[in-house]
Design a protein around this ligand. Structure first.
Ligand code: UD1
Ligand code: MG
Length: 419
């Protein structure tokens, strides 16, 4: 029974040198979400007995992304993946079972694959089970070494590989299950005798081999899943793959994406059924869209946007931190920021909320059934009453309260009755 337990070790201490960034690698976003978030989601699904995250480079920033209460160890000196795992194991002294190693820089890995790996590991009572992949371009990855009987005998890192070994197309994804007690023992023998002078976790494989421990691999069918992000190029590649996955899921939920390849929807976006998203729409994080909405082409919905059912957001719109009521029409170029727009409001072409006064962001409120004429500037804070109207080209200055049902026009906008 005990042996069936899983402890997960998430390695996230690395600097990500090849990213050439001030931001720690694992915090670079993928479809609007820090990379490490995807590994954390995966871990949640596995329901492990224990989770230990190894942080190092700018750990205070990375820590913000971890759920409260997650066990953390700080690797002060980045001495390599074996050193990182050793530190994590110090927190798992009383744990006996399977230690699953995940890298926070491999965000495309799916739960189904990890479950397949865990199952193989348990069913065959192995000392180690490696997730491997056969690739056409293995560069950058550790290569799997096999003996004359095709048994796994070690892993050689690209930097240490001979020309012959560099030709090997079977690579280490980095994701691996170990029997935790055997791993602890083997780590004592890892030495930094390689080009990078680091303690490599991958050296454990050859140590196991020499001790006749049973090792096997599970091969990845979907090679993309193994993509380890080390550079901006990898990041762009992974982003495109993740975007395709998000878009596919959204379409499965009954939403039309007219041209998925030019539709950028962040992780976690909620969209109601029968909404249609036209090309070149960008939806950032924390956006919720109701049913039967029509968005774009060329719409930019930023964080905190909420659209009720049946809203039409046409072309060249930017909306941020705003609530738009059901059946409101915003059909042509506009900027709506920090606003509360009621139901069935018509926002005319060219309407702009002047929400920022140089210091603060101020609120614009537009009541139900109001009609905002083309080219209106609403200087916030400002409130337009229910069913009120503004004339084309009007500038409603700040602190104005346009009474319900009234009509204002001009610069500055005045009630037509008083004209
Ligand atoms: C590693 C593997 C390589 C594999 C590849 C897959 C080793 C030695 N090599 O290489 O075989 O093909 O991943 O993507 O394991 N980290 C720490 N502390 C450290 C160093 C790294 O926590 O001291 C973390 C990093 O944050 C990262 C992960 O470990 O999440 C992997 O480190 P990285 O430097 O990206 O290793 P690769 O060179 O990609
Ligand atoms: Mg890597």
């Amino acid at each position: 029974m005990k042996k069936n337990k899983i402890a997960v070790i998430i390695l996230a201490a690395g600097k990500g040198k090849r990213m050439k960034s001030q931001t720690p690698k694992v915090l670079h976003p993928l479809c609007g979400r820090p990379m490490i978030g995807y590994a954390l989601d995966l871990v949640k699904g596995l329901r492990p007995a224990k989770v230990v995250a190894v942080l190092g480079h700018k750990y205070n920033e990375v820590k913000q992304e971890l759920p409260d209460g997650m066990e953390i160890v700080i690797q002060k000196q980045l001495k390599g993946t074996a050193d990182a795992v050793k530190l994590a194991l110090a927190r798992l002294k009383k744990f006996h079972g399977t230690a699953l190693i995940l890298y926070a820089d491999t965000p495309l890995l799916t739960e189904a694959t990890v479950n397949r790996l865990l199952k193989h590991h348990r069913d065959n009572a192995l000392a180690a089970t490696l997730l491997t992949a056969g690739v056409t371009k293995p560069s950058g990855y550790g290569r799997i070494l096999r003996d004359g009987y095709s048994c796994i005998s070690g892993i050689v890192e690209e930097k240490d590989a001979s020309d012959y070994q560099k030709e090997i197309k079977e690579i280490n994804t980095g994701i691996v299950c170990f029997d935790k007690d055997l791993l602890s023992e083997a780590l004592k023998f890892v030495r930094p005798d390689n080009r990078k002078k680091e303690y490599y976790l991958t050296d454990v494989i050859n140590i196991f081999y020499r001790k006749n421990q049973l090792m096997e691999n599970v091969n990845l069918d979907e090679v993309d899943e193994a993509l380890g992000i080390n550079s901006r190029l990898d990041l762009a590649k992974a982003n495109a793959i993740m975007q395709a996955r998000i878009n596919a899921r959204i379409m499965e939920q009954g939403i039309t994406l007219v041209h998925p390849a030019s539709t950028f929807i962040s992780y976690g976006t909620k969209i109601g059924t029968d909404s249609v998203i036209y090309p070149f729409t960008v939806i950032e994080r924390d956006v919720k869209i109701g049913k039967h909405c029509s968005i774009g082409p060329f719409a930019h919905l930023r964080e905190g946007t909420r659209l009720g059912d049946g809203v039409i957001v046409g072309n060249f719109l930017e909306i941020v931190r705003s609530n738009i009521g059901p059946k409101a029409l915003l059909k042509h170029f506009s900027y709506i920021g920090d606003s509360k727009i009621g139901r069935q409001v018509n926002i005319g072409a060219g309407t702009v909320t002047a929400n920022f006064d140089g210091k603060n962001k101020n609120l614009t409120v537009v009541g139900d059934n109001a009609f905002i004429g083309s080219d209106t500037v609403l200087v916030a804070p400002v409130k337009i009453g229910k069913a009120a109207k503004t004339g084309a080209g009007s500038v409603v200055v700040k602190n104005t309260l346009v009474p319900a049902g009234s009509v204002v026009a001009g610069v500055p906008a005045k009630s037509l009755k008083h004209k």
